[in-house]
Design a protein around this ligand. Structure first.
Ligand code: PNS
Length: 170
């Protein structure tokens, strides 16, 4: 069974990666698919995101990284994938994700949406949260892989003001 994990991944976070790792235990192949979305103003180009995801998943041989445009179900059918994978962090995600799953079902009965609950420690984590923290000079070292944290700091042209390592008290 092939699963597509579609998303913006601007940038990919440790929450996404946790989901991908767990999905590799459930599916023969997991295709992480970055949407080419002309309506969004992303921090990273699609090519940068593909590169970031590829290096973050290089230890997972059953993971492929790709980009697509148009409808996700069309892409899934083109790749002969039977599953669309989405993560659920909280009830607030559920409403929009259920709507998306229902919409996709009206577009194709061949593709099933499978939800995986995110791990507890990542239940607050999103790409937007990462960008907001970094924009205001905070450290995102605990939220994304190291090479992506560097890319983010470079984008905002600043080093973190609040490093993650606690300083010992006198
Ligand atoms: O990471 P995101 O931004 O939450 O991902 C959303 C995504 C890319 C999965 C969703 O917007 C999508 O599937 N877009 C492609 C267009 C589409 O298929 N629309 C119909 C389903 S609502």
């Amino acid at each position: 069974m092939i699963a597509i994990y579609p998303g913006s991944f601007d940038p990919i976070t440790l929450g996404h990666l946790d989901l991908i790792e767990r999905a590799t235990r459930l599916f023969n192949r997991v295709i992480v698919a970055v949407l080419r979305n002309p309506n969004k103003n992303p921090l990273f180009t699609v090519e940068q995101r593909l590169q970031q995801i590829s290096s973050a998943t290089s230890h997972l041989p059953s993971v492929e990284v790709d980009s697509f445009d148009g409808l996700t179900v069309n892409y899934a059918q083109m790749r002969q994938a039977g599953v669309l994978l989405r993560g659920l962090r909280a009830v607030s995600d559920f409403e929009i994700e259920l709507q998306m799953a229902h919409t996709n079902k009206t577009l194709s009965t061949q593709v099933e949406t499978v939800f995986l609950a995110t791990s507890n420690e990542h239940s607050f984590l999103s790409s937007s949260v990462v960008k907001e923290i970094a924009r205001f000079g905070g450290s995102v070292d605990h939220l994304v892989p190291p090479h992506i944290a560097m890319d983010i700091y470079q984008c905002y042209s600043q080093i973190p003001q609040f490093p993650n390592i606690p300083t010992p008290r006198e």
